[in-house]
Design a protein around this ligand. Structure first.
Ligand SMILES: CC(C)(COP(=O)(O)OP(=O)(O)OC[C@H]1O[C@@H](n2cnc3c(N)ncnc32)[C@H](O)[C@@H]1OP(=O)(O)O)[C@@H](O)C(=O)NCCC(=O)NCCS
Length: 157
């Protein structure tokens, strides 16, 4: 199973992190039709990049955004939010060529181990239209405890 390394993201990674989210969402066929026009996609990218820069600037309490590295190459995005009463895997996206090789399983297990060491629950939100990712989290011990219009909220204790 290939290993992965997390490197804290910096401003030079913002475009890559935005690209990863766009590429994987399109690859899943989940890119919204209303964002298909070039202007709409450009606007979404700009907004996501601004939000990422806010995170990197320390404006979001407990949030760490990282680049996932495999053999030194950037292959994905990882964001974790550490709150006093839980650890949330707040985003994980791997480029399609690196999916299905066990990296995501290891990422989730590492968050579970951190939560266990701290004695707090681990949480993940997954989009309602992303049942494959939800299945992965449920296999690893997460169960649903709520939902929003967009997401299912999962927790492991
Ligand atoms: C979800 C994701 C992080 C899992 O990492 P991974 O390394 O591919 O997963 P693993 O190889 O450890 O485990 C395979 C399982 O992951 C899930 N998975 C694999 N590819 C996936 C994809 N494109 N989209 C959603 N889930 C996927 C499935 O449950 C798969 O099991 P299956 O083949 O029996 O269906 C990764 O596939 C990914 O980045 N997907 C696209 C973005 C995404 O959906 N992120 C999660 C948002 S909450």
């Amino acid at each position: 199973m290939p290993g992965y390394v997390l490197r804290p993201a910096d401003s030079d990674d913002v475009e890559f992190l935005t690209d990863v989210v766009v590429v994987v969402t399109k690859d899943q066929g989940r890119w919204p039709a209303e964002l298909c026009a070039p202007d709409a996609e450009a606007e979404w990218r700009a907004g996501f990049s601004d939000w990422t820069r806010e995170q990197l600037g320390g404006d979001v309490d407990g949030s760490t955004t990282s680049v996932v590295l495999v053999d030194g190459d950037r292959v994905g995005r990882h964001r974790v939010v550490r709150a006093p009463d839980h650890v949330e895997l707040a985003g994980v996206q791997l480029l399609p060529a690196h999916q299905g090789r066990g990296i995501g399983t290891q990422v989730v297990r590492d968050v579970l181990a951190e939560a266990r060491d701290r004695g707090v629950p681990a949480r993940i939100s997954v989009e309602q239209d992303n049942p494959r990712a939800r299945a992965l989290y449920e296999r690893l011990g997460f169960t649903a405890y709520g939902e929003t219009e967009r997401d299912v909220l999962l927790e492991a204790r």
